[in-house]
Design a protein around this ligand. Sequence first.
Ligand code: B3K
Ligand code: ZN
Length: 859
Amino acid sequence: VTTTRLKDYLPPAYLVDSVTLDVDIHDGVTTVTSELALRRNPAAAVSDAMMFNGEGLTLRSLALDGKVLDENSYRYEDGELVLSGLPEKATLVSVVDIDPENNTALEGLYVSNGMYCTQCEAQGFRHITFFPDRPDVMSSFRTTVRADKKRYPLLLSNGNPVAQGEEGERHWVTWEDPFPKPCYLFALVAGDLACLEDVFVTCSGREVALRLYAEHRDLDKLDHAMASLKNAMRWDEHTYGCEYDLDIYMIVAVSHFNMGAMENKGLNIFNTACVLAHPATTTDAGFQRVESVVAHEYFHNWSGNRVTCRDWFQLSLKEGFTVFRDQMFSADMNSAAVKRVEDVDFLVNHQFPEDQGPMAHAVRPEEFEKIDNFYTLTIYEKGAEIVRMQYHLLGAEQFRKATDLYFARFDGQAVTCDDFVDCMQEVSGTDMGQFRRWYSQAGTPVLSVVDQVAPEGYRLTFRQHTPPTPGQAEKLPLVIPVRMALLDAQGEPVPLDEEGRREQVLIIDQQEQTFHFPVSESVTPSLLRGFSAPVVLEFDYRKDQLAALLSHDSDGYCRWSAAQRLYFAAMDRLVKGQSSPDLEAAALQPALEQVIDRAGEDFAQAALLLMLPSEVALGDRHSPLDPAAVHEAHQQLKQAIGRALQAHWLSLSENLLATELQMDGVAMGRRQLRNLALDYLAAGGHPEAARIAVELFELPLCMSEELGALRTLVHHGLSGAEQALAQFAQRWKDEALVMDQWFSVQASAPGESTIDVVAELLEHPAFDWKVPNRVRSVLGALAGSNPSAFNTPKGYQLFAQALGRVDALNPQIAARIANAAARLHRLEPGRQQLLRQQLQAVLETASANLREVLTRILS
Ligand code: B3K
Ligand code: ZN
């Protein structure tokens, strides 16, 4: 295994101005002929040698400027082809054979349900042909795809179709992409697919053909993606001045896919889970996911494709920025307050643990072994928070000027995170020097705040500290914008200065800073409003202050955060045996009742406020971690709240029922709250819970209702659960995405005994080790969201064995799932020892991808 380091970056010796590809698909073998127009890179040190990547290619011939090269004139080993003695300009033609049918790793060209498709980011293109597989080599592509006419009537690649023809049983289509792009954005599809077509007229009046492709049976599940795409296109014109640039925009839905989706130029390829949506088969959360992923990939056309990354250390340049863009889009399309809380919840409960564990790395990492392992929450979600802070520091108007500058200056180039921040700095005239540490420094900063009421007024003192992370012991102070207000006894913000401002952004850029406010009454600080910086905020709130924030704060994030603090404190006391569940529930009751009383203002927000933090999140607060004790405390509080407020849960379960299907935000919020109420009702052991769940399950209006009912039945072991599971499987056996839910509902049922269920699920005829969605629905659910089943001797053993089995087929997926074991070092000694042994056993045969992750976890 070789480590790649940012500090070793060198520009490529040669550029590839254009690529002509010929992909000839036959059963058993696909032959790829490529013609590369090479030119010495003026920006590189003079060299006549050039390296091309190539993995698993069977080389048939190589010719330079028309002359066939014999074996002595090149070197091809360890995935690298090196040619020396190249002239200033040259044409390299290679012919290779590849084997897409046996490609279970799903990178490069592979087959999914009889359809040929590609995944090239990050380094898949080298599995298709020889090429300098790095994002700073941008070329114009001309691609011809050839295949059997009957079985593959549809032949797609990037750009516009420019020629086509037939040869007996076979046919071919040539595509040309006028925009130079790195090879990671190359895509190709050959298959027999149905198409939903529409037209979008851009702001300058150009017509763009929109074509969404899926298997014929899924044609009725494309409308939502189409609507989302059109909204995203309009939004990007309006918000960023970004207009679409080709005549065609295509999305293809694929069942076997390693991630969510891929932004290939003009030809996005999507995991079916992120593009197909129908109320009968897709949950409300699924609908929202489709909307945001469709938008995300579309937004990449500018933030990623027109302006791309110089090297993979800059990945967050495109991903952090694009996540920020999709978050703002979804906020505009739906409830902004709810969206912000959902995003923060995700960041805090998933990215923070990553940043505090063995996998911690900077948003711009310094080194990696397998770049696939760095498509992380830190690069994506923390990266988005860093862009968001810049947005707020500059303000919407200046930020837009800065992004205009960024897109104009770097169009058609491969650039760095620093180039992005330079634009912010230039436009705003502020020195962003210290701010840039957010990109290089790993770890979650902790911001401790204390207040003091003095005769001269109110004082807040902030201290920042970032704990050490692997390979980075010393941390420097960051620039932390803290949006804040001070609330009076009625929950109203008081004036903070002579001008009467009631909200302010404090910039914390030293280790310790104190701020004074001319306020003499007793106040509750509302801090980090809107979650203005990705930090852990410590403040010793009194219970009554938290209850006041939860009821009165006008900031959605602060309300939610107050609720989380109340729940965590209660469960912490239960874990430590310092209190009783009924006492805790009784103490929470008035605050929760206030939320329920106001639920009609925003059902989704109420649901977020009423939902307990997960068992995993609770576990992350306790070290050494005893998952059984944490499980017990979590269950106890949930049950006690279920009992204490049972009249409310009952009436919410019954009264929020809709009579006809609606898919708007309000209807989705109602369903979310209703499902939560039903869950609490069941947790409290209410005798009506099973009846209500079964009734809903029998006659659901949509999948959110059906699955919500099924989950309640299964997770609480209510009578009717077994029958419902059987009925569900019978009803949906032909819908893969719905069956994924069937698997994951069972694998995530809390409790030790679920591990036996998981063992059976892995043997189920419908379980398929080659389909990432299915693997995730069982192993991801077990290891990621079912700590009480996972953290058992049998859980560890089963997980490790399964990991090895997945790894043999698909290293990227195995490595991704292995991340769930990153809490190893926090476990109590007994379990830690068991898990360590199991992981060590897998390590012996692990792929390079899996090895990198396991080694970090075990170190
Ligand atoms: N850029 C792709 C991710 C590719 C992951 C490769 N291992 C999807 C996205 O972020 O939009
Ligand atoms: Zn992306």
